[in-house]
Structure formats: structure tokens, C-alpha cells
Ligand binder design. Structure first.
Ligand SMILES: NC(=O)c1ccc[n+]([C@@H]2O[C@H](COP(=O)([O-])OP(=O)(O)OC[C@H]3O[C@@H](n4cnc5c(N)ncnc54)[C@H](OP(=O)(O)O)[C@@H]3O)[C@@H](O)[C@H]2O)c1
Length: 324
């Protein structure tokens, strides 16, 4: 089969579509004939040699959609021909991928097989962090930075569906207009406005209850300053840097909780639990039309390098898909 591989770290041009061995499934896995895969920032870090995949995982591609082609002997939920999407440890940039059965989800009714590839990472990341860990609840306020990102576009929709007031930041009016269309209540252009001041103004000086951030170091103190009493800050990434100084007194005064987590280091059991919670809590919202995948561009698998260039330019809104 064909898959995108690299033999050396580097720029997008190191991604090459090559002939490789087909993956073999174990007794707890299924084999998916890939319809589409979606790009993630982690793929670009991996390509640069800064984020090695887990031992034994195939390279590139943390999510996919497609049709089940074979099932392991311990798998009872899925059968050949089922249309699914899946959270992967790697291997989605390929014509076929093997995945533990617990990381597979049905394609939600109303979503095309191709577009379902845009869902597993954002749904599992947002649900496991903001809702399962930070306990964001109806009636609370929530700020998501990078509102037009893959994560942001999904977080806005699912938080609104849960009865939350949503604040976003983004770097252009065009991006903010999309966030507004998706349901964001307060849209802040961080290039022209101080987000801390605007959050304070909009919340009567109190601050928001939960923040989802992947900018990291440059935003840490500002995030703490933007939180309400008992506020929760969830760090999903650190695109702007990982090392910072913080005034600990400001954490004490407001009883702030800071959490950080990725999906990659979680055990198979833990990933299966998240996938199951997502199917229970997020999938019904998608089926009801309250949340949808936001796709910026479809490219063929052979143009993975172009996809990485686009992702790294940050021009996109939502997800970029590679179609097998
Ligand atoms: N921990 C996990 O399990 C997990 C899972 C998925 C994603 N993530 C992380 O979540 C973050 C968002 O992922 P995504 O796929 O939604 O990203 P994405 O679609 O590529 O969007 C990222 C956006 O963030 C904004 N941004 C702000 N500061 C930036 C900076 N210093 N460098 C680059 N972009 C910056 C840009 O929009 P503006 O023009 O508005 O600035 C950019 O478009 C990434 O850090 C990713 O690694 C973590």
C-alpha cells in the first residue's frame, strides 16, 4: 500500500508518498481502509524530529475515517464494511491503518465519511480536557485561544451546546467572523485588543471560569489574570513557548487550578475510555446538528507536504484533510 513516510527530519518536503508493507492487525484491532486523514500540529513537530511517535506506532496521522476491512478475533463491536472514524497513535497518512477497536467511533449520522476524519482529535481533546478534567458546566464562562483552529472551532460549538458562554481570541477579523458564526459570544482580536482587559470588561471584573490554551508561556500570567475565582486553566499545547515566570500569589488569591495533558501519552485503556465518553456525550450533539466538522481544505495524500506548509502558515480555519 502507499503511505507518507520520512527518512530524515526537516521541512515539509521530507514527506514522501511511498510503497510500504500493509499493517497487520492483532486480535484487539481492526484494519481500516482509509478514506481521509486530518493534519495536526503534532505531525509537523514529529516531521521536524521534535516529537517522536510512540514505540511501534506507524508514523504520521493521528486520526482517520474509512471502512473496516478486517477485524481481530477479540473484536465484537465492529464488522467488515462498517464506516468509521478513529483516534490513532499514528499511521493515518496511508491507504490502510491498524487501530485498537476501543479507539474507533461510528461516523455520526449527517456527516460524510470523508469529513468524519476531522472529528476524532478535536472531539477527544476538547471533551477529555475541558469537560472531563476541567469540569466546564452549563452557566459558566469559557475562553478558548486560537478560536479558529481545529480545536477552537470544535470547542466553541460543543461548549455552546452545553450551555456555556464562549469567549475566543484569534488573529484576524476573518477568523473571528467564523468563530461568531459557530456561536462564540465574545470575539477578541488579540492583535488589536488586550484580551485580559476585554475579558474583565465582559465579565464585570470577575474573569472566566475555564480557559483552554495552546499558546503557553507568553499567555500564562495573562491567563491567570483572566480567570475567575476557582478558575481552571487547561494547557493543551505551548506553540508560543514552554518556559515562563509566574506570580504564584495570583494563583493562591483565586484558587486557580492549572492542568495540562496530551492524548499521545495516555494508555490504550485511557484512550478507549475517552472515546467512549465522546461517543456518549459529543456524538449526539453532532447527530442533532449542534456541532459539525469545520474543513478548510481537502488535498490528496500525495500533497501532504503542501498540507503541512498550509498548517504552518496558520492561514487555515478549522481542519485540513488528506484524502487517500
Ligand atoms: N494535548 C493534546 O492532546 C492535543 C490534541 C490536539 C491539539 N493539541 C494542540 O492544540 C493546539 C491547537 O491545535 P490545532 O490542531 O487546533 O491547531 P491549528 O488548527 O493548527 O491552529 C493553531 C492556531 O493557533 C493560533 N496561534 C496562536 N499562537 C500561535 C503560535 N505561537 N504559533 C502557531 N499558531 C498560533 C493561530 O491562529 P491565529 O491566527 O488566531 O493566531 C493558528 O492558526 C496545538 O498546540 C496542538 O498541538 C493538543
Amino acid at each position: 500500500m502507499k503511505a507518507v513516510v520520512t527518512t530524515t527530519p526537516g521541512g515539509p518536503e521530507v514527506l514522501q508518498l511511498q510503497e510500504v508493507e500493509e499493517p497487520q492487525i492483532n486480535e484487539d484491532e481492526v484494519l481500516i481502509k482509509v478514506e481521509a486523514t486530518a493534519l495536526n500540529r503534532a505531525d509537523t513537530l514529529q516531521r521536524q524530529g521534535k516529537y517522536p511517535p510512540p514505540k511501534g506506532a506507524s508514523p504520521y496521522g493521528l486520526e482517520c475515517s474509512g471502512t473496516i476491512e478486517a477485524v481481530g478475533k477479540n473484536v465484537s463491536r465492529w464488522k467488515t464494511g462498517d464506516q468509521v472514524c478513529a483516534l490513532l497513535s499514528g499511521g493515518g497518512y496511508a491507504e490502510k491503518v491498524a487501530v485498537p477497536a476501543g479507539q474507533v467511533l461510528p461516523v455520526p449520522q449527517g456527516v460524510s465519511l470523508k469529513d468524519a476524519a476531522a472529528l476524532p482529535e478535536v472531539a477527544c481533546s476538547v471533551w477529555s480536557t475541558v469537560f472531563m478534567m476541567s469540569r466546564l458546566s452549563a452557566g459558566e464562562t469559557f475562553l478558548v485561544h486560537g478560536g479558529s483552529s481545529g480545536i477552537g472551532t470544535f470547542a466553541i460549538q460543543i461548549a455552546k451546546h452545553q450551555g456555556v458562554k464562549v469567549f475566543v481570541t484569534a488573529g484576524s477579523e476573518e477568523k473571528l467572523a467564523v468563530c461568531k458564526d459557530l456561536g462564540a459570544d465574545v470575539c477578541i482580536n488579540y492583535k488589536t485588543e488586550d484580551f485580559v482587559a476585554r475579558v474583565k470588561e465582559e465579565t464585570g471584573g470577575k474573569g472566566v471560569d475555564v480557559i483552554l490554551d495552546s499558546v503557553g508561556a507568553p499567555y500564562f500570567q495573562k491567563n491567570v489574570d483572566s480567570l475567575n475565582i476557582d478558575g481552571r486553566l487547561f494547557l493543551l499545547g505551548f506553540m508560543g513557548g514552554a518556559v515562563t515566570q509566574v506570580n504564584l500569589a495570583s494563583l493562591f488569591a483565586k484558587r486557580i487550578t492549572v492542568q495540562a495533558a496530551g492524548l499521545r501519552t495516555r494508555t490504550l485503556e485511557n484512550k478507549a475510555e475517552i472515546v467512549s465518553e465522546v461517543e456518549k456525550n459529543v456524538w449526539p450533539a453532532i447527530v442533532a446538528g449542534k456541532a459539525k466538522p469545520v474543513v478548510y481544505k481537502y488535498l490528496p495524500l500525495s500533497e501532504a507536504a503542501e498540507g503541512h506548509r498550509l498548517l504552518e502558515s496558520s492561514q487555515h480555519i478549522g481542519k485540513i484533510l488528506l484524502v487517500a
